[in-house]
Each structure stands twice: as structure tokens, then as C-alpha cells.
Design a protein around this ligand. Structure first.
Ligand SMILES: C[S@@+](CC[C@H](N)C(=O)[O-])C[C@H]1O[C@@H](n2cnc3c(N)ncnc32)[C@H](O)[C@@H]1O
Length: 194
């Protein structure tokens, strides 16, 4: 009962902020358990030590990532919506997690704040197709710059726009699927940095 009440509250926080910021949030429901679990599994997090999440929203994806991470790994979730950050701070208590409000376009600075030189895995739910032109490219440049060689970039997206941004830097994707059980169905892509 407590869990059901929690997810209703989480859905309401998400919907309210999606209506207020449609281009940043892009859809009206948080990702389903099927999608968040698939994302965390495809990211192969068992050996990753430094993980970045872009656009955690109300934290469903964050919880799935934390569940798959090893006890000595660290996760930085980067979110610009203050209400989502407030919700995550109230509902997730895990010493491996740091939340940054600096915006995904500041990835090099965010990893320097952590004392990291590079990142093993970057997982992004940021809606690249609805961001202002230029900001999408700046975020993708930062992703490519901060990933270690052979590091993985994973994006779960409604549209294919992310491929056009990622391919000039990473080459063709290494994996693609669609999670139809999510509403709306969501594409999951991965790229490996050469
Ligand atoms: C599509 S929602 C995904 C939310 C959540 N991960 C899920 O799957 O339910 C996109 C999220 O990206 C965040 N976002 C948009 N632009 C951003 C930016 N420049 N930096 C960090 N987060 C951003 C939005 O505030 C929103 O929380």
C-alpha cells in the first residue's frame, strides 16, 4: 500500500513538472519498471565504477541503476529540475549517489567536481530531440569527451534524433531495441567510445 501511494505521488510530481516544462521533460509519465530495468541491464553495470546518469526525473531510472551497481561504484545523477531533485532527495537514500544540478551541458566540470578523470558508463534519458539546437550537440560533445575509451553511452529515447548526434562522434550504434511495454514505446541505444 505504501509503495502504491509512493508511485502515485511520484507520477503526480512527474506529470505536474512535465506540463510546466514540456520540452525538457518530453513525456507525461515516468518510465515504467520494464523500461528502467531493461536500461539498467543493457548498461552492464557490474564492472563499472564511475557512472553518470543524465535526466533522472523523479528517480525511477536511478533506483534501477543503483540496484545493478556494485557496492563500491559511484553514481552522479545530473538533473536541472529543482522539484525533481527535491523528490529524489526525499525518496532515495544511498551513499553511492550524488545529485548534480549543473546541467548535462557541463559534464567535464561535473566530473572534475567528483575528482574523476573519466567515466565508465553514461546513461541518458534527456530528450535530445526537443532540446534547443546547439544544446543537444553541446551535451553530446561532453558525453564523448568524458567517457573513457571503450566506455559505454546508453540513451533511451522516444525518437531517433540521438543517432544523428552520436554517430559523427561514436560511429554506428552497437545495440538497439525498442521496449514496447513502456508507454510510449521507447528506443534503447548503446555506443562504445573507440
Ligand atoms: C524524459 S525525462 C526522463 C526522466 C526519468 N529518467 C524517467 O525515465 O522517468 C527527461 C529528464 O531530463 C531532464 N533534463 C532536461 N534537460 C536537462 C539538462 N540539460 N541537464 C540535466 N537534465 C535535463 C528533465 O528535467 C527530465 O527530468
Amino acid at each position: 500500500m505504501k509503495r502504491i501511494k509512493g508511485s502515485i505521488k511520484e507520477g503526480a510530481v512527474f506529470l505536474k513538472n512535465a506540463m510546466a516544462n514540456p520540452k525538457e521533460v518530453a513525456y507525461v509519465f515516468p518510465s515504467s519498471p520494464w523500461l528502467v530495468n531493461k536500461v539498467a541491464k543493457v548498461a552492464k553495470l557490474d564492472k563499472a565504477k564511475r557512472i553518470i546518469e543524465l535526466g533522472p526525473g523523479t528517480g525511477g531510472t536511478t533506483r534501477a541503476i543503483l540496484k545493478q551497481m556494485s557496492p563500491d561504484a559511484a553514481l552522479v545523477s545530473v538533473e536541472i529540475n529543482a522539484k525533481f531533485i527535491e523528490h529524489m532527495n526525499k525518496t532515495i537514500d544511498d551513499k553511492r549517489l550524488t545529485i548534480s544540478d549543473k546541467g548535462a551541458q557541463n559534464l567535464p566540470e561535473i566530473i572534475t567536481d567528483q575528482g574523476w578523470e573519466d567515466v565508465d558508463v553514461i546513461i541518458s534519458g534527456i530528450p535530445f530531440s526537443t532540446l534547443p539546437k546547439g544544446l543537444d550537440l553541446a551535451i553530446m560533445d561532453g558525453i564523448h569527451e568524458t567517457l573513457k575509451p571503450e566506455g559505454m553511452f546508453l540513451a533511451y529515447q522516444l525518437r531517433d534524433h540521438v543517432s544523428k548526434l552520436a554517430e559523427p562522434l561514436f560511429g554506428p550504434y552497437t545495440f538497439k531495441m525498442v521496449e514496447y511495454k513502456n508507454l510510449p514505446p521507447m528506443r534503447i541505444y548503446t555506443w562504445e567510445k573507440k
